[in-house]
Design a protein around this ligand. Structure first.
Ligand SMILES: Nc1ncnc2c1ncn2[C@@H]1O[C@H](COP(=O)(O)OP(=O)(O)OP(=O)(O)O)[C@@H](O)[C@H]1O
Length: 260
């Protein structure tokens, strides 16, 4: 690999809380190539969200560092987009205003902002809802709006923390298709944090499997076939999900023995 788009190098995170220290991450290393889609899978509380916040420049790790294009991440970066579980939509702003928030922060001129917002809303199928408010949207539409906001910003790195977890199964698959389509069309590097084995296998060219807390990388699974047509129905898709399920069970069982 040439210079990675994103590198997490020796990242450890210890949180100091009222109930003492929590070691969330321990010596985590990940490289994500430009244009690559990586899924991070791991048990609840293993530090997945923490690793994204560090990559986004919203948290400075206790040890180690994140680098984007070889530059140490010291704060939020203009071309890194982050989509969180609750999408971060502002209820008092319209769909178009929400989609244009990133551009507004960048002080993009109004006319250009309107054009880029219109294009992004078109891309995610929300063009007819530009003047609606978030409360009038379904869960899937809110997800698409969060995506539109990321698309307007010409992100070269998209970080997503469980963006589909609130959706029902069918809608979730539809949104997974949308995420895959946008990634194919736009060519940004993408890191998706998820609890869902199927989602990781559907959307990750590489799947990073983490241990229970303190989270570290225990497996990296190549999954280049995710670009195949009808991948969700392929025998290999099911086999890969099964292999991952066993891997995760194994990891959790080993930890339980270690802590017994
Ligand atoms: N700001 C904080 N202060 C104190 N502890 C925190 C903070 N943020 C996270 N933690 C703790 O760090 C650990 C890792 O949390 P994190 O949210 O990164 O994990 P996760 O793998 O994303 O979890 P989940 O899959 O349940 O969303 C957890 O034990 C959590 O309680």
């Amino acid at each position: 690999m040439g210079e990675p788009k994103l590198r997490l190098q020796g990242v450890s995170q210890v949180y100091e809380g009222a109930r003492g220290e929590t070691r969330a991450l321990q010596n985590m290393d990940i490289d994500v190539a430009p244009g690559e889609a990586v899924a991070i899978l791991g048990p609840s509380g293993c530090g997945k969200s923490t690793s994204l916040l560090i990559a986004a420049g919203l948290r400075v790790p206790t040890q180690g560092a994140a680098f984007v294009d070889g530059v140490r991440v010291a704060g939020p970066r203009l071309n890194t987009a982050l989509i969180l579980q609750d999408f971060g939509l502002l209820p008092w702003k319209t769909v178009a205003e929400n989609a244009g928030l990133g551009l507004q922060i960048r002080k993009t001129p109004k006319r250009e902002r309107a054009e880029r917002v219109a294009r992004a809303l078109e891309q995610v199928g929300l063009a007819d809802f530009a003047d609606a408010f978030p409360a009038e949207l379904s869960g899937g539409m809110r997800q698409r709006l969060a995506m539109a906001r990321a698309l307007t910003c010409d992100a070269d790195l998209l970080l997503m923390d469980e963006p589909l977890s609130a959706l029902d199964a069918l809608l979730r698959e539809e949104m997974q298709d949308m995420l895959k389509r946008c990634w194919c069309e736009q060519g940004y590097a993408q890191v998706l944090v998820t609890h869902s084995i199927e989602e990781a296998v559907y959307l990750g060219q590489r799947i990073v499997v983490m241990s229970p807390r303190p989270g570290r990388v225990v497996h990296v699974l190549e999954n280049a076939e995710m670009q195949q047509e009808n991948w969700r129905d392929a025998d290999l898709f099911f086999e890969r999900c099964r292999a991952l399920r066993e891997m995760l069970r194994d990891i959790v069982a080993k930890e339980e023995v270690a802590h017994a």
